[in-house]
Design a protein around this ligand. Sequence first.
Ligand code: ADP
Ligand code: MG
Length: 322
Amino acid sequence: MLSEFDLIKRYFAQHHIQDSRVALGIGDDCALLNPSPGMQMAISSDMLVSGRHFFPDAAPRMLGHKCLAVNLSDLAAMGAKPIAFTLALSLPEANPAWLAEFSAGLLALADEHQCHLIGGDTTKGPLNICITIFGELPPGTALRRDAARSGDDIWVSGSLGDARLALAAYWNEVSLDPQVHQQAALRMHTPSPRIALGMALRGIAHAALDISDGLAGDLGHILDKSGVGATLLIDQLPAGPVLQTQPQDLRRQFTLNGGDDYELCFTAAVSNRQQILAAATQSNTVVTRIGQIDSASGLRLLDDEGKDLHLAYQSFDHFVNP
Ligand code: ADP
Ligand code: MG
C-alpha cells in the first residue's frame, strides 16, 4: 500500500528545480517563490470535478494535461509568464497505473512551459483535481477584461468548436465517423494554452480572456466589465478542422457557443492590426479578426450578407445546465 508521502515523492516531486524563481519546492510546509525583480504576480485556481468537467473513466494522461492546460490558459489570457503551480488532489484510491499516467501528462506540459510543481495536498475522496497557478508580468501590462474600447477589433486565436462537436458526438447529438470523432476529442482533452501569444500581446492588445464556456458568453464578460457592446461576424468565426466539414447551422452554433476551446479572445485598436499579426507570427499562432467593439451595449451577430441573426447565444452555465 502506497503511503501518501511515497505517492507524492514517486509521482509528483520533480527533480531538482533549476529556476531562480523557485527558492523551495515540494517537501516543507510552504513552497517559496521569488518572482523576477519588479514583476507582478498573476494567480489563478481551477477545479476539475469528475463527472462534471471530465468523464470518470477519462484517460489519465490527457486528464493530467488538461487540468494544467486550463490553468495555464488563464495565465495566457492575462499575458503572464508561468512560474509554478500547486496541485490539490482528492483520489478514490492510490492506483499506480493511473497515477503514473496522470503525472506524466501533467508534468510533460509543466516542462513544456517551465512551470514547476511546488506543492499541494493529497487526500482520499471522490476524484477532484484543483490546481493553483502562479505567473508573473510587468506591472500595468496585464490584459484585463475591463480594457476593451469602442472601435476595437475583436480577435480570436486558433479555431473554435471542435471540442463541442466531440461532446455532441459523445451525447449522440450528431454522428461522426469514429476516427473523425477521435480527432475532435483530442481538441477537447488536450487543449493548447496560448502562453506565447498572450505574452506577445502585452502592450498591443487591450482586453483579453480565454474561452472556456463558449465565445459569445465569454466575450460577454469583456463587454460587461468594459461597459461596451460588440458586433460579431458569425461567418468569420474560425471553425476547427473537424467542425469545418459540418453543416452551417452547426458551425455557427458551435463556434459561437461551444465550450472547452481554451483559445484567447482579445480586443485591440484598429491601428494595431499589423502588430497583432506580427505577435501571432512571433508566437506561431493563427489569429482571426471576428468583429468590432461598439459603444452600444449588447451583442449583435451579422452573417456574411450583413443580415442580423438572432441565434440563442447563452453560454454554458454550470448551475443552469444539468
Ligand atoms: P502538510 O501536512 O503540511 O499539509 P503534506 O504532508 O500534505 O504537508 O505534504 C507534504 C509536502 O508534499 C508539502 O510540501 C506539500 O506541498 C506536498 N504535496 C502534497 N500533496 C501534493 C501533491 N498532490 N502534489 C505536489 N505536492 C504535494
Ligand atoms: Mg497537506
